[in-house]
Each structure stands twice: as structure tokens, then as C-alpha cells.
Design a protein around this ligand. Structure first.
Ligand SMILES: [Zn+2]
Length: 365
């Protein structure tokens, strides 16, 4: 009896091995077809006819929208930073706290995108992840500081750019981005290094935005004053970066030009220099609507304060906690920038103009 059992088990195992053996090459083919890597799809076997290749349909990996809670009409945090320095303050994050912010965002499923990608509704983060935008105001030296070590110039590892670069190396899948809203005369406060820093920024996925010419309070300016403040910023940025598109404005003090002068925050001209702000960012408040949302308004984009101090307002950690509790409120990507996936009930909040050529997919929660 025991012998019979052992024999049976042996035959059974043999069958399993045979099945597995037959399956393995098949699985391999499927995987290589999916990756679309030309090096891998070239099969060594000669009998395969080239016509067959053309007929192979590449299966699109199926994303379970319900499981990942896809919602591409949820809120997006546009984070607002100022200084990165040793003493934590209302407008200052210490280097270690900034590192912690990035780590927490990363661990909680946030992925960095550029402000431009947000405005273009071109959000390319993996399925199940939430986009986040990081912005810095004022062009302080501790945002981008270059130091000399043994006669060699290097990025200060404790400045914002140094910290972000180090983080990117550790977590390449975090994404890249960061918009620096600068004013003049010396953005980042090292006069002889402005050009070098600007080149580094635009070559490494960062953006440079308008924070007026000399940090003017636009609420107090005349129509001409507003246009001068914004056009001169563009003029000087383009002196360092010819042709660079200064596409967004962060309002100094969060104050916009009054009444009919507001139009000059968006577009205007001064002494032949034209500007066009595709986005106007306010000083910290709440997360911004998704680019597909009916409430999306580029002339008043709210930003979230990246701060932990209880200064009467709410900051990034409050929203992180709130999104943990109510994940349906935040933007969750389906992984495909060409489709807009939302739960059915979100449909009434979708702006069809913004969806444009993209495919709108709804699903039952
Ligand atoms: Zn400012």
C-alpha cells in the first residue's frame, strides 16, 4: 500500500514537472512580447516566419481600477517650499526635514511630476501612484548652493537641489521635477554662478518660474507696474537662457493684481518683452484640482505649505493624513497618460474640454 502511494506520488510529480516544463517557454514568450524590448523579442528559432510577428497582438496589461482605486480627477498637491536651512521656521525646512518629506512622500505612494506636465494634463506616473509637484519660491542660496571642495565646485549636499539629486539617485522611480520661482537681481545669491545653475536645472528636469523682477507686491502696482515686474523677470531669465519659456508665476506674498489689472498677471508686455503665464500659483492653502476637474483654474492654483509648524494653517502632513483616511479624494493614476480613469460618480466633475482626445473610462467602485 505504502509502495503504491510512493509510486503514485512519483508519477504525479513527473506529470507536474512535464506541465511546468511545457509552460515555462510559453511564459517566457509572453513576458518578452509585453516588454517590447527588440533585443529580447528576437527569438533564436529560425522557423518563425516574419509574417507571424506582425499578427501578434501585444496584450495590454490589465489594470484593476477598483483594486488600485484609480481616480484621475482627484486632488494633486502642489507643494510650496521656501528656505532649506538649519533652523526650522514658518518658511524654512531643515535639510533633514526636507529629506524626511521626500521619503514620506515616496513611501506613501507619491511620485514627482513637473508643473508643466500637470498643466499639460500629461501625468505619467505608474498605476496606483499619486502625482505631486514641488515648488520653491524666492531663489534663495540654500535652495541651490555651490560650494568648493579641494578646488572643485560641487552642489552643497544640504541645499534643496543637492538633497533632491541625492534622493533621485537612491530612488530613481520617484520621478523628477521641481519649479524654482526666482526674482532678481541675483537668483540663488551667487552672482557668478547664475548661468551654471540655470543650465544645471533645465538639463536635469527642473523648471524656472516667474516670481516678479524684485519681489514686487503686485496688489500695489499699476497696470504698467505689474507688466514691468513680470516682463523684466522674463527678460533676465532669458538673458541667461535664451528663448526659455517662463511659463508660470508664483505671486509674491500670494497677492494678485487688483480687479481689472489681474489680466496682466496672466499676459502682458513691457518695452517689447511679452510674457504669458500658463499658471498663477498662490501661497499655501489646499491641494489643487486635477487637470480634468471642472474646478481646475490655472489663474488661481492653490499650493500646500510644506511645513510642520502649527501656524494656524494646514500643511502637507495634514493633507497626507487626510488622504490616508480618504484615498478617494486624491488623484490615483491608472498608469496610462492617454486614458482618464475615474469612478462613475466622478463623471459630473469632469471637464470634457480638458479630457480632449484622451479616452475617458469610468468604472463602478
Ligand atoms: Zn516670495
Amino acid at each position: 500500500m505504502i509502495k503504491f502511494k510512493a509510486k503514485f506520488a512519483l508519477i504525479f510529480m513527473l506529470i507536474i514537472v512535464l506541465i511546468l516544463g511545457a509552460c515555462t517557454p510559453q511564459t517566457g514568450v509572453n513576458v518578452t512580447t509585453l516588454t517590447k524590448n527588440p533585443d529580447q523579442t528576437q527569438q533564436p528559432s529560425e522557423e518563425k516566419k516574419p509574417e507571424e510577428d506582425k499578427e501578434i497582438e501585444i496584450p495590454v496589461p490589465q489594470v484593476d481600477y477598483q483594486a488600485i482605486k484609480a481616480n484621475e480627477n482627484g486632488q494633486v498637491m502642489l507643494l510650496m517650499y521656501h528656505g532649506i536651512s538649519n533652523k526650522e521656521d514658518e518658511w524654512v525646512r531643515t535639510p533633514d526635514n526636507f529629506r524626511k518629506d521626500l521619503e514620506v512622500l515616496y513611501q506613501q505612494g507619491y511620485r514627482l511630476i513637473t508643473l508643466k506636465d500637470y498643466l499639460d494634463n500629461n501625468i505619467k506616473v505608474e498605476a496606483g501612484y499619486t502625482p505631486v509637484v514641488i515648488t520653491f519660491d524666492d531663489g534663495l542660496q540654500n535652495q541651490f548652493n555651490i560650494i568648493e571642495e579641494n578646488g572643485e565646485k560641487k552642489i552643497d549636499p544640504d541645499c534643496a537641489v543637492g538633497i533632491m539629486e541625492e534622493f533621485k539617485k537612491k530612488h530613481p522611480d520617484f520621478g523628477q521635477g521641481g519649479t524654482f520661482f526666482v526674482y532678481y537681481s541675483v537668483p540663488f545669491r551667487q552672482k557668478e554662478l547664475i548661468k551654471e545653475k540655470y543650465d544645471f536645472l533645465i538639463n536635469n528636469g527642473y523648471e524656472i518660474g516667474n516670481h516678479t523682477y524684485t519681489h514686487e507686491n503686485l496688489g500695489k502696482e499699476s497696470a504698467e507696474g505689474v507688466q514691468k515686474a513680470l516682463a523684466l523677470n522674463v527678460k533676465y531669465t532669458q538673458e541667461y537662457l535664451p528663448g526659455y519659456d517662463v511659463f508660470a508665476l508664483a505671486l509674491p506674498y500670494g497677492i494678485a493684481p487688483k480687479d481689472e489689472k489681474f489680466q496682466y498677471a496672466v499676459t502682458g508686455e513691457y518695452e517689447g518683452i511679452k510674457y504669458n503665464n500658463r499658471a498663477i500659483l498662490r501661497v499655501g492653502s489646499n491641494p489643487a484640482p486635477a487637470p480634468n476637474h471642472v474646478k481646475y483654474d490655472t489663474t488661481r492654483l492653490p499650493r500646500v505649505r510644506a511645513s510642520e509648524l502649527n501656524t494656524g494653517g494646514v500643511g502637507m502632513y495634514d493633507y497626507l493624513a487626510s488622504f490616508e483616511k480618504h484615498p478617494d479624494k486624491k488623484y490615483i493614476s491608472d498608469g496610462n497618460p492617454d486614458t482618464i480613469v475615474i469612478p462613475e460618480e466622478e463623471k459630473e466633475n469632469i471637464s470634457n474640454d480638458r479630457v480632449g482626445d484622451k479616452q475617458l473610462i469610468t468604472y463602478k467602485k
